[in-house]
Design a binder for this molecule. Structure first.
Ligand code: GSH
Length: 247
């Protein structure tokens, strides 16, 4: 087997999370699931070949997008993160990934970037290193750019209550799909667990308050799932442990 020399480009811990980007976290967890050694290097989206994090370099080969990164290392190193799943389960796993990445992620982004209180305590600080006189302008531009993305995606056209209602449906669906299992497809983790965990952690972080956090917090199984995975993949990261159910 070729020795992996993978460099993962992502952010630094922020917002009570090992990485503010669920996509970077997804890739980092999947690399660990695959037992592939990697080093993580700090980068910002404008430095990325396609303008988004994560991307990797593997022995000179550059791969962008978490889904292509997974496909790359599965192919190159002969790994199948979904080993043991049948065709129907693999289809369900893809549907879960799309729900988490193309729907729930965007609802989370709205409450992180557009909600004024969350924006002020979170993303607004991304420009703290800029000269004081420029900061307010940079913050306004950054928030407007995210609002444009949300408008193009579609969720940004709705009221906060409607976005919360749509996001809550995805959270409730994940809670039903997980049920009493340890992972989405049973005892062992598979690839879809990496993104379900990452997006749910981004919602459940105590750093931000939002109706999505309240919705996820109502599902004891999701709260326990995120805490369990955080413990396995980021044992050094401080994360609130769920309260034991009252006897
Ligand atoms: N489809 C991509 C999505 C990556 C993505 O949206 N990354 C965000 C961070 S969570 C980003 O870099 N955003 C910066 C931007 O859009 O300018 C993947 O799976 O890697």
């Amino acid at each position: 087997m070729t020795t992996p020399q993978i460099t993962l480009y992502g952010c630094a811990p922020a917002f009570g999370l090992p990485d503010p980007s669920p996509f970077v976290t997804k890739t980092e967890v999947q690399l660990q699931m695959a037992n592939l050694p990697y080093r993580k290097v700090f980068a910002i989206p404008p430095e990325a070949p396609k303008g988004k994090l994560p991307w990797i370099e593997d022995a000179g080969e550059v791969v962008c997008d978490s889904t292509f990164i997974r496909a790359h290392f599965e192919r190159k190193y002969g790994i199948d993160l979904d080993a043991g799943l049948d065709a129907r389960q693999r289809a369900e796993a893809w549907a879960v990934e799309r729900l988490a990445e193309d729907h729930l992620y965007w609802a989370m982004v709205w409450f992180r970037w557009v909600d004024p209180a969350n924006f002020a305590k979170g993303p607004a600080h991304f420009v703290d290193a800029a000269p004081a006189a420029m900061r307010e302008r940079l913050r306004a531009d950054m928030q407007a750019a995210k609002q444009n993305e949300l408008h193009a995606q579609g969720l940004g056209r709705h009221s906060p209550e409607q976005i919360a209602a749509l996001g809550t449906r995805s959270i409730d669906a994940l809670a039903v799909l997980l049920g009493e299992r340890i992972h989405l497809f049973g005892d062992r983790p598979h690839a879809a667990d990496a993104i379900a965990f990452s997006v749910l952690a981004a919602i459940l972080t105590p750093f931000f308050d939002s109706p999505l956090r309240a919705a996820a917090g109502r599902h004891a199984n999701l709260v326990a799932y995120v805490a369990r995975m955080m413990q396995v993949y980021y044992p050094a990261h401080a994360w609130p442990q769920p309260q034991a159910a009252a006897a």
